[in-house]
Design a protein. Structure first.
Length: 151
């Protein structure tokens, strides 16, 4: 009978309280981890931005890499915002025109917000590497890439 309420070192067991605390803390930790997994941090590194775009838009990394490598090879070696002023005026790793970017940016932002993703507001800018990655990945994932980047 004594063994039922004490452990082998003589300490009193309080299983019900311990179980409740364990459940409470594990649920709290799970919620925190889930919130962290839905947060997309700001970055000016194009490779990292493509990786971050994989959270909400899986399967778009290879396409982003191929198109950006074809459009702007220098974007891999620098974090500078490079524009094609001698041609169309398109800028960034995905060579977006500002109108194309901002035409799809609101849809991408709403899509992510509806699914619980939190993105740094500074990312939603035509000059942002992360913004370009998220908008391009959104366009590809939802089938809106059309002939913008004809292969």
């Amino acid at each position: 009978r004594w063994e039922r309420w004490h452990d082998r070192w003589g300490r009193r067991r309080q299983c019900r309280i311990a179980r409740k605390l364990h459940r409470y803390h594990s649920v709290k930790v799970d919620k925190l981890l889930h919130q962290q997994s839905l947060t997309i941090p700001m970055t000016s590194n194009w490779t990292r931005a493509m990786r971050y775009a994989q959270k909400p838009f899986p399967g778009t990394y290879d396409w982003l890499e191929f198109i950006s490598n074809r459009e702007c090879r220098a974007c891999y070696t620098t974090t500078a915002f490079i524009c094609n002023y001698q041609g169309s005026g398109a800028c960034g790793p995905m060579e977006f025109m500002s109108g194309t970017y901002y035409g799809h940016e609101d849809d991408a932002r709403q899509y992510l917000a509806k699914r619980g993703y939190r993105v740094d507001p500074a990312a939603w800018n035509w000059r942002s590497q992360l913004g370009q990655a998220l908008v391009a990945a959104y366009m590809r994932y939802t089938g809106q890439d059309g002939c913008h980047w004809c292969l």
